[in-house]
Design a protein around this ligand. Structure first.
Ligand SMILES: *[C@@H]1O[C@H](CO)[C@@H](O)[C@H](O)[C@H]1NC(C)=O
Ligand SMILES: *[C@@H]1O[C@H](CO)[C@@H](O)[C@H](O)[C@H]1NC(C)=O
Ligand SMILES: *[C@@H]1O[C@H](CO)[C@@H](O)[C@H](O)[C@H]1NC(C)=O
Ligand SMILES: *[C@@H]1O[C@H](CO)[C@@H](O)[C@H](O)[C@H]1NC(C)=O
Ligand SMILES: *[C@@H]1O[C@H](CO)[C@@H](O)[C@H](O)[C@H]1NC(C)=O
Ligand SMILES: *[C@@H]1O[C@H](CO)[C@@H](O)[C@H](O)[C@H]1NC(C)=O
Length: 509
């Protein structure tokens, strides 16, 4: 497969004008399938073709500029599911459950359940553990106990063979033989089988909301080795801009400790924190990430063969992106585009495909799904004993080319916490008690603008006057965010304008 020849679907520019009304106040309730992939970045033509996602995307409304609220699993997932930003949930790490800490906010699966749907969680939807009260928010969000693939318990056992010593290690790169695994299976395979079985044997006249969550391509990159052969190393491209961005404030950086602590990477002796990945390994990691993505794509294809697209709304996205050596970084944990940008598409029965470049956010999924399913919108705070409404906005007006009453909010806001302005060993995943700084970032069509400011983890208050770093990247000339131009005279007015917009928007919350 010649990957450089493929133009990935998120870059195509269809421009269908939709004459239909999207407000689906119909008696016929549609099923909803939401596919949530773990750590799947927004892949582009420079990367790889994922044939099954592509097959779905050519029929879908595709958002080419969709951004996560925070590039970390638990905060991003809780934000998607509750339609609220990390600052409302007070969740920036893995260690609090919103219902017990900030407010009894409903989730969107809960609202579907309360409106006559059966709602199911299969695989990784909520981040497991404290942030979903060790129950994946059951019974509030789901009709049945969420399904977790049993083989996930082996997620961190040493099964990756070191070619030199033949020893089994806990590697980053881990193509395996499935039949050699402890249960002869991998978690995402079990997840898909369970989801298909559920659809096939379900005995109910009610519509369903089925959330299917993949564990890959989250690290370790453990997947059936046959996918590695589909991504020849000779065709894998290095990142265009592999260096730390020019004039980047160090607070924007993180040491990607989870990557460097895997056995294969640790043995490379990369110095902490600024040592760089050897070029050969950069290519190998990219190759394995793409191969693991192909594995997930294959399973998505398998699932889609059982979905009746004439009566099912399908949404597909990921919790956040993943740096593959761009900006000198690996993994998530940052405010760079590659860590925040995700695939986002909606396949809607009888609606023609469309490609939308307006920046949107994952908090928008909640109100969008409600509107697409014809459930009551939430602008009125009707469902909440709270004076704060949903933080996102329905994307249906954008889909239907209606004049966007949110025209002035065509941007995405994200954030990432840091324990220190220096790069320390927990710069990537600070616990709440260690957070001293918050990086707030706004992405417009043209710019990414970020301010790293003082943040009090007890009062959750911000001090915009104590600034640790400012970043401005101009995507028309620097799509890779390799050159921070915040202090260049030419951009002074842009910087002032974006700073004001960012501060106003963040303080609205
Ligand atoms: C929180 O919401 C759930 C679901 O609506 C409800 O069952 C529960 O009683 C609420 N808890 C509190 C403390 O209000
Ligand atoms: C979360 O779990 C704890 C311990 O099981 C329980 O006491 C608490 O009520 C749960 N919270 C909610 C909102 O159900
Ligand atoms: C389907 O549900 C009905 C009503 O609950 C029940 O009588 C029937 O046995 C069920 N069939 C299967 C195959 O589970
Ligand atoms: C890493 O360091 C260890 C211990 O000093 C050494 O044995 C090994 O050869 C080094 N590996 C590389 C790739 O430099
Ligand atoms: C991080 O660094 C601190 C201080 O240098 C040290 O006390 C701590 O053990 C380190 N933590 C980890 C996980 O390496
Ligand atoms: C955060 O706010 C609390 C309460 O006002 C205060 O006691 C504490 O010193 C503040 N922390 C920092 C790091 O400023």
């Amino acid at each position: 497969m010649n990957m450089s020849l493929f133009v990935y679907i998120f870059c195509i520019g269809l421009n269908n004008v939709l004459s239909h009304d999207f407000g689906m106040k119909t008696h016929l309730k549609r099923n909803v399938l939401i596919i949530l992939i773990d750590d799947m970045r927004h892949l582009t033509d420079k990367n790889i073709l994922l044939p099954n996602i592509q097959r779905l995307a050519v029929k879908s409304i595709v958002f080419r500029n969709a951004f996560a609220q925070q590039s970390l699993c638990a905060p991003s997932r809780n934000s998607i599911l509750t339609g609220r930003r990390p600052d409302i949930l007070h969740l920036y790490d893995f260690y609090s459950y919103w219902r017990d800490t900030v407010g009894n906010y409903s989730t969107f699966p809960q609202l579907f359940k309360e409106n006559g749907y059966d709602s199911f969680s299969v695989g990784k939807i909520f981040h497991p553990g404290i942030s979903s009260n060790f129950t994946d928010d059951f019974p509030y969000s789901w009709n049945e106990k969420p399904y977790h693939p049993p083989s996930e318990k082996y997620k961190d056992v040493a099964v990756c063979k070191n070619k030199q010593t033949n020893e089994l290690q806990k590697d980053l790169l881990c193509p395996i033989s499935v039949n050699m695994q402890p249960d002869g299976v991998l978690p995402d395979m079990e997840t898909i089988n369970y989801a298909i079985d559920l659809i096939k044997t379900r005995n109910s006249s009610k519509p369903y909301l089925l959330a299917v969550g993949f564990h890959k391509p989250h690290i370790p990159l453990k997947y059936p080795h046959k996918y590695l052969k589909k991504v020849p190393i000779g065709e894998v491209q290095p990142p265009l801009m592999p260096d730390i961005p020019k004039n980047m404030p160090i607070v924007a950086w993180h040491p990607w400790t989870d990557v460097r602590h895997r056995d294969d990477i640790r043995s490379l002796n990369i110095s902490f924190p600024f040592g760089t990945m050897p070029p050969k390994w950069t290519l190998k990691i990219r190759q394995n990430y793409f191969a693991a993505s192909l594995y997930v794509d294959d399973l998505i294809g398998k699932l889609m063969r059982h979905i009746d697209l004439s009566n099912t709304i399908v949404a597909l996205t990921s919790d956040h992106g993943w740096s593959l050596g761009e900006n000198g970084l690996w993994a998530k944990y940052s405010n760079f585009d590659v860590a925040l940008k995700v695939p986002l598409l909606f396949k809607i029965p009888n609606k023609p495909p469309k490609s939308i470049s307006t920046p949107v956010e994952l908090v928008d999924i909640f109100p969008t799904l409600l509107e697409l399913a014809g459930l009551d919108p939430l602008n009125s705070c009707k469902y909440y004993k709270s004076n704060q409404c949903l933080d996102g906005k329905s994307l249906v007006p954008l889909m239907s080319n209606k004049p966007n009453k949110h025209e002035s909010t065509n941007f995405a806001i994200s954030q990432y916490p840091r324990p220190s302005e220096h790069t320390v060993n927990n710069s990537d995943k600070p616990r709440l008690k260690d957070i001293r700084i918050m990086g707030y970032s706004i992405r417009t069509k043209r710019y990414r603008y970020t301010e790293w400011i003082s943040f009090n983890h007890t009062t959750f208050s911000r001090n915009w006057n104590k600034v640790y770093g400012v970043e401005l990247y101009d995507h028309t000339v620097d799509d890779d965010e390799s050159n921070n131009v915040y202090n260049i005279h030419k951009y002074e007015n842009v910087r002032i304008k974006l700073s004001k917009l960012l501060r106003t928007q963040v303080d609205l919350q």
